[in-house]
Design a protein around this ligand. Structure first.
Ligand code: KIV
Ligand code: ZN
Length: 505
């Protein structure tokens, strides 16, 4: 059995999904879960791209130990220096350098000849070697690069010190047989190929990212780059859960294993979906709601007699069917603390105090409190969104003209009440909030889902607003979905309020 390295890029390529931007505290929560999943490498961001990305990589590098932390850089010194600075506190760090090699990118994007590409790549690796020995090089758009030139680049970067060579199918253009042949070709034609790990990085434009990655593993790739739920640019990246479970389920075919603790897959999927606001389709392999549900009578009958009749994987192996009924009205602070720990969260005393207060209020409204409810409480505690505007109270009436009244605390002491009408109760509520904040926000997306079962389930509201051309996400989880809608709206407003108010002065 050979070991396949799992390189997770949820926080970098995944975060490039339209509408998926994460703040630092959300990235850290995901990084902790990736560690529990036991991914080998976390690509935490692209440090030169923004101050927020730099800080996220820096914080993750300082906080998450026992996993290699990678930062992305273009093949230029300032990017590499920025990645090295952000990664300074990592126990194990990797600098991931990319440079496009295909003819179309050379001609139109870079205006560079082949020789210039090779010399830039080699120079960047030698420079990066001053900071860490662990260097990955990606010839961007490799699958559309002339195979001879690709082999030349790969040989040169390994000579310069690259320890991993990643072969991206950047635009999701490859087919499994072609992609496998590309890997085989590199193994046959690059004289020093055994000095580096071959990695694969596939995009899902034709729905083939997982199939291409698996074909490449069969052809000898040693690392797979992937994201939780397959999120990423355009149609997304290789889905971590799919590639890992395919390798596990068909291990007699692949003769490989990974270090992934598959029982953490569902938790990771839910966390990423809830923090990014990117819902998982019901029929998605492994993590979709229907992935292990049997609807037809014939199937149900078979599964009752012997699960193997219609199930090729055990739901327990991906973390389903964990006991999820946890606490109730009479549960104490200690029980909550233990449950939070079992769910894998580190929580400070102060966070626990707040979470317990909210837990008691929730337990008054809901008889049974599930893991998902506890996770929602913890996530609320972990967010570092400032609380400039807080919804103190609201009053909604849904007659022929819906009216909403709100009472909002501004800062520490000021309380403002306003009322307005709207097309429906949510519209009226948002109009009333706008009167208080004075921030011209346009609602561009609104989603709501129940996070557990039953009429008393908590509703998770995810929204997106546009303020002066900037898109901001907001999220809240409440048993009362109208209140949750108001909180999610204010959560988004609070993220942008400081900037807006500063600029107005
Ligand atoms: O898709 C791609 O080519 C990338 C590289 C930066 C590896 O994401
Ligand atoms: Zn990519």
């Amino acid at each position: 059995m050979s070991n396949i390295i799992i390189f997770d890029t949820t926080l970098r390529d995944g975060e490039q999904s339209p509408g998926a931007s994460l703040d630092i505290s959300e990235k850290i929560q995901i990084a902790h879960q990736l560690k529990r999943l036991k991914v080998d490498i976390i690509e935490a961001g692209f440090p030169i791209s923004s101050k927020g990305d730099f800080e996220a990589v820096q914080t993750i590098a300082g906080e998450i130990k026992g996993v290699t932390i990678a930062g992305l850089a273009r093949a230029v010194e300032k990017d590499i220096k920025s990645a090295a600075d952000a990664l300074r506190n990592a126990k194990h760090s990797r600098i991931h350098i990319f440079l496009a090699t295909s003819e179309i990118h050379r001609k139109y994007k870079l205006s560079k000849a082949k020789e210039e590409i090779i010399s830039m790549a080699v120079h960047s690796i030698k420079y990066a070697k001053k900071f860490t020995n662990d260097i990955e090089f990606s010839p961007e758009d490799a699958s559309r690069t002339e195979p001879d030139f690709l082999a030349e680049v790969v040989e040169a970067v390994i000579d310069a010190g690259a320890t991993t060579v990643n072969i991206p199918d950047t635009v999701g253009f490859a087919l499994p047989e072609q992609y496998a042949a590309l890997i085989t070709g590199l193994k046959e034609n690059v004289s020093n190929i055994d000095k580096a790990v071959i990695s694969v990085h596939c995009h899902n434009d034709l729905g083939l990212a997982v199939a291409n990655s698996l074909a490449a593993v069969k052809a000898g790739a040693g690392q797979v780059e992937c994201t939780v739920n397959g999120i990423g640019e355009r149609a997304g990246n290789t889905a971590m859960e799919e590639v890992v479970m395919a390798l596990k389920t068909k291990n007699s075919f692949f003769k490989t294993e990974t270090n992934i603790n598959t029982k953490e897959i569902i938790t990771a999927s839910k966390l990423v979906s809830s923090l990014t606001g990117l819902r998982v389709q019901r029929n998605k392999a492994i993590v979709g709601e229907n992935a292990f549900a049997h609807q037809s009578g014939v199937h149900q009958d078979g599964v009752i007699k012997n699960r193997d009749t219609y199930e090729i994987m055990n739901p327990e192996d991906v973390g389903l069917l964990k006991t999820s009924l946890v606490l109730g009205k009479l549960s104490g602070r200690h029980a909550l603390k233990e449950r939070i720990k079992e769910l894998g969260y580190d929580i400070t005393k102060e966070e626990l105090d707040h979470a317990f207060e909210k837990f008691k209020l929730l337990a008054d409204k809901k008889k049974e409190i599930y893991d998902e409810d506890v996770e929602a409480l913890v996530q609320e505690e972990k967010t570092d969104t400032p609380h400039l505007f807080e919804l103190e109270d609201m009053d909604i009436s849904c007659g022929s003209v819906p009216i909403a009244g709100v009472r909002i605390r501004i800062g520490k002491d000021e309380i403002v009440s306003k009322a307005d009408t709207g097309d429906g109760p949510i519209d009226a509520l948002y109009n009333a909030i706008d009167l208080v904040t004075g921030i011209p926000a346009n609602l561009v997306d609104y989603n709501i889902r129940a996070i557990t079962k039953g009429k008393d389930a908590m509703g998770e509201v995810n929204i997106e607003i546009d303020v002066d051309g900037q898109t901001v996400k907001g999220r809240a989880t409440k048993t009362d979905i109208i209140e949750g809608s108001g909180q999610a709206y204010l959560n988004a407003i609070n993220k942008i309020a400081h900037k807006f108010i500063k600029r107005k002065k």
